[in-house]
Design a binder for this molecule. Structure first.
Ligand code: 5GP
Ligand code: MN
Length: 334
């Protein structure tokens, strides 16, 4: 948590006269959108307005969240996003650890005059004016709750805040399954339910939203899972042509990589997907126990994340990327 002196300073910055912007990472997920909107609704409960800016668009299954549709999407509204960042007095940076994770907005953020406040659970955070980083905590949404507690404002938590924070905790823990899910997590979730978050409604809004395109793509991916490295590594992939053929929509491939990890004996799963528009391969890594995909992706695939969940990218072709990946596995003795 921030130190008491930092909390005091932050409290002094949170006044209606100050322009406040909340930023989150590229390809926002449930935790990114949940923490941003949760914080926005918390600030509003304190009488302060803030704008949420995301680098690019986010999946439909997150747009049910209160005021999600008011988010400013940088890729569609560049000028508005630039002005907000440039004119801000305070910028909250949520669920990312480096300006490089927010695309074009990163340059604007670095040049902005605002005080920058980081709240994030990824490994190796970069420098910001105020840093609350904790890689043990499973979701940034949980950290927003701890921040509200530290500000002595738990009584302000309302249904909107509760719904947003519940969603991010649920998605980033894989439905309260991942290793980092703690008793603290469950205590907070219990509080959020008491404040109005309805688990069945949130689960159904977020997860029971399959599109036909998603299921067809899933069938295709599952049909060709390859297990390499003596049965310890699963490889999944999709080409741009396939995405186009099946009518891919943003978010359709969310969670595919987890199927690889569910195979008995597999310790690492990697999902390679050609970008729909640009010539690069987006990679998702998941792992078990002490297999560190954050380090692996940082070292070889220009990425990072958490020990057991990370992302990366490659500028080689899809087959070459997968070949390179297999060679790196050998080099690392994974
Ligand atoms: P996903 O595979 O779901 O895209 O990402 C898994 C985790 O790694 C998320 O916490 C995400 O924020 C992080 N991540 C994804 N892609 C990148 C990347 O290119 N660079 C870094 N540093 N982190 C990433
Ligand atoms: Mn997160």
């Amino acid at each position: 948590m921030f130190t008491p002196a930092e909390l005091l300073e932050i409290n002094q910055l949170l006044i209606p006269e100050n322009k406040i912007v909340i930023l989150t990472h590229y390809n926002p997920d449930g935790d990114a959108i949940g923490s941003s909107l949760g914080l926005k609704h918390y600030l509003r409960a304190k009488g302060i307005e803030a704008e949420v800016v995301t680098p690019n668009d986010f999946p439909k299954f997150l747009k049910w969240m209160p005021e999600a549709k008011k988010n400013i999407i940088g890729e569609y509204k560049r000028k508005v996003a630039f002005d907000l960042i440039n004119d801000a007095d305070v910028i909250f940076c949520l669920d990312f650890n480096s300006p490089s994770r927010i695309g074009l907005l990163g340059d604007w953020l670095m040049r902005a005059k605002a005080k920058k406040i980081l709240i994030d659970h990824h490994q190796q955070p970069e420098d910001f004016d105020f840093v609350y980083s904790d890689t043990i905590i499973p979701a940034t949404c949980q950290m927003i709750y701890h921040f509200i507690e530290a500000m002595d404002d738990e009584n302000l938590v309302n249904k909107e805040i509760a719904e947003c924070l519940y969603t991010g905790i649920m998605t980033d823990t894989g439905g309260f399954r991942f290793r980092s899910t703690s008793a603290d997590t469950h205590r907070i979730v219990a509080n959020l339910i008491e404040k109005g978050a309805d688990p069945s409604v949130i689960t159904s809004n977020t997860w029971d939203t399959n599109t036909v395109s998603r299921l067809h793509l899933l069938a295709l991916v599952l049909g060709r899972i390859e297990v390499v490295n003596d049965g310890t590594v699963a490889v999944l992939s999709l080409t741009r042509k396939e995405l186009q053929e099946y009518g891919f929509q943003k978010g359709d491939t969310e969670g595919f990589v987890n199927y690889g990890l569910s195979i008995v004996g597999v310790k690492m799963s990697a999902f390679f997907m050609e970008d729909l528009y640009e010539d690069f391969i987006k990679i998702s890594f998941r792992s078990k126990d002490d297999v560190d995909v954050n380090q692996f992706s940082r070292k070889y695939f220009n990425g990072g994340g958490h020990i057991n969940a990370a992302g990366g990218r490659s500028d080689e072709s899809l087959p070459d990327t997968i070949e390179t990946f297999k060679k790196r596995l050998e080099e690392e003795n994974l």
